[in-house]
Design a protein. Sequence first.
Length: 213
Amino acid sequence: MSEVLNPLLVLVLLFNFLMLGTSRVAAVINAAAAQGTLLGVAYLAMHGGSGVRALALGLAMIGIKGIAIPRILRGALRSQGIRREVEPFVSFTTSLLLGAVATGLSVLFARTLPLAAGDAEALLVPASLATVLTGFIVLTTRRKALTQVVGYLTLENGIFIFGLTLIEAMPFLVEAGVLLDVLVGVFVMGVVIDHISREFSSIQVDDLTELRE
């Protein structure tokens, strides 16, 4: 299993760095879409041939995380005419450095956890922590609301990766609930984006302070 899972997690980590290092909003959305697809494949790889329900949920993850949500975000991107993240709160170089430090600390911290000890899928815990931290960095250092939605999705991806460590005990309803959380979060952020776009000529999160009026 680790022969399939670990390369997928390495790709997830690489997409983390792509999100942190690029100013192109479309590239950030595509990276999130690729991550969602990889997580669906990872879920199927860990469940193996455990039945139709596992296959259906894995395909649903790919459909929602890898296709549906990114398609919604691309539609919002086209309607707003946004191409690049301009003047983020933290520069892209600094974001990459923070991501590298976060990934290194995640690897070190994961080695101290009993959960990771002797685990064949050794990258699960560090990849989870690194992805959560990457999502937090994107969420807090970018100005565009669309990019912040991707940060939220990335953070949730990290939580889902950690859930894979408990896949034998995790009920299907809990896993489906994670997908529901994503849909609710994107819906709420979509309302926020629409509100800003109606009130202002841009969707900078700085404009949120003016919505109090």
